[in-house]
Each structure stands twice: as structure tokens, then as C-alpha cells.
Design a protein. Sequence first.
Length: 261
Amino acid sequence: MIGVVGSLARDVVDGGAPRVGGAAYYCGRALAVLGQPAVVVTKYAAEDHRLATPLHGLGVRVEWRPASSTVGYRIVNRAAGRLMALEAAGEPWTLEEMRGWAGEALRGVRWVHAGALSRADFPPETLEELARGRTVSLDGQGLVRRPRVGPLEVDGEFDPAVLRHVAILKLSEDETGVLDVESLAVPEIVVTLGCRGARVYAEGREEHVRTRPLDLPDPTGAGDAFAAAYLIARSTGQDPFEAAGSANVVTRGLLSGWRGR
């Protein structure tokens, strides 16, 4: 069974109506389509329960608790890239939660993705508890995004202790611009490159795993879908390079279907 832990997001994309977002939703959506036994552990403000309806309708097990606020992002897609702003900060995942309701929800899970939305989400002690008996994948947003309301700010000034219990780090190409990837003390690092596939650092080598191009005017959720597919592949015995190839293929198929609806 695959687990996903992460706060839900309230996304406003290209001026549209608010919609559900974050790894909790997009990883969950991928896992549901792939028929993978999974549990999504999440939290959001109780007043946003209607916003979360698509998550609860996926068909995967969802365990949630109310939070003081829902993380909010405003996203504008442009040809030259994305512009993002943090409109509302969420609350961190605490050690007490991992020892309590969240840890109970993850009982029996051996592979889990920590879908961080900012640097504040998963403190080192929380990841240490999450990693007890589990292989933990972390979204690179948990290293580079500052949890400050306003235009999105990124830098590489994270606490190195965050990575001590992380087995897999999933980064976007943009995030590598503020990180020295080869200096990061993580056994596996996977950098998603959009239509160019992924770059994998593992087992003492680096490899570019290519994919077929796919036109995505709105790439929201693509990295989360990749993370879910990669974790499935690794949990079934594929090595990191094989898993990246599988995740490329699966993600392309998933996004083609999502955008076609």
C-alpha cells in the first residue's frame, strides 16, 4: 500500500474558480486511476470541505482532520513560465500527529510520499517519525519554498536535518536552480524535466530518462502524478532508473486523460 501525507491546497489557476490542489489530491488521483491500494492523509480548514469533494470522490481511502486554515495559491500560466503567489499559509505536520491520528492512518504502509507545499510543512522530527518502518519520498517544495504570504519565494536555505530520514527526493527542474543537487545527502534524487523526462541521481550515477513530449498548457499536478507513479514502481521492485521510465510513461498517459476531460 502507498501512503500520501500532505495538506490540501486551494488553487486559483489562471483566474478561474478555486479548485482543490496539492499532492494530497493529485497523487491521490493518480493512485486511484492506477488502481493502487492507497491512503491519503490530509488536513484543511473545515469550511473548505466542499472544495475537497473531488478528493473524497476519488475512491481511495482518505483520512483527514480540520486545520486552522487551508493553504492557498494563485497560479498564472504563461509561455515563459508560471507565476505563483501564496495567499494563505497552512500549518505544519507535527510530531504529535505522526504519533497519533496520522500515524494510525498509515499503519501497514511501507512507502509514503510527503507532499510538502512549503518549507514549513514537515519539520525534521516529523519526518523522522514518518520514516519509522517506511521508505519516505519528499517533494522538493519542502526544501525551497518559503512559507511567506505574497509572491512565491524560493531559496536553498533549508535545514539539512530535514533530509536525514528521506530516501527519495523529488525535485522540479526549477527547484534545482536554488539547490546544489549533487551535494544533497539523499540516496535517490529524481528531477522532473517536463516534456524532456527526468534526471535520476542514484547508485552513484546520473542518468537522463527521456519521455515523449506532451503539450500541457496547465501543468498543475504533473509532478505529483509522477511522484505517485514513481513510488509505485519502486515499491514493486524496479530500480530508480526503471522507475523513472515507468513514471514518465504513466504520467504522460494520466495527464492526457485528465486534460481530455
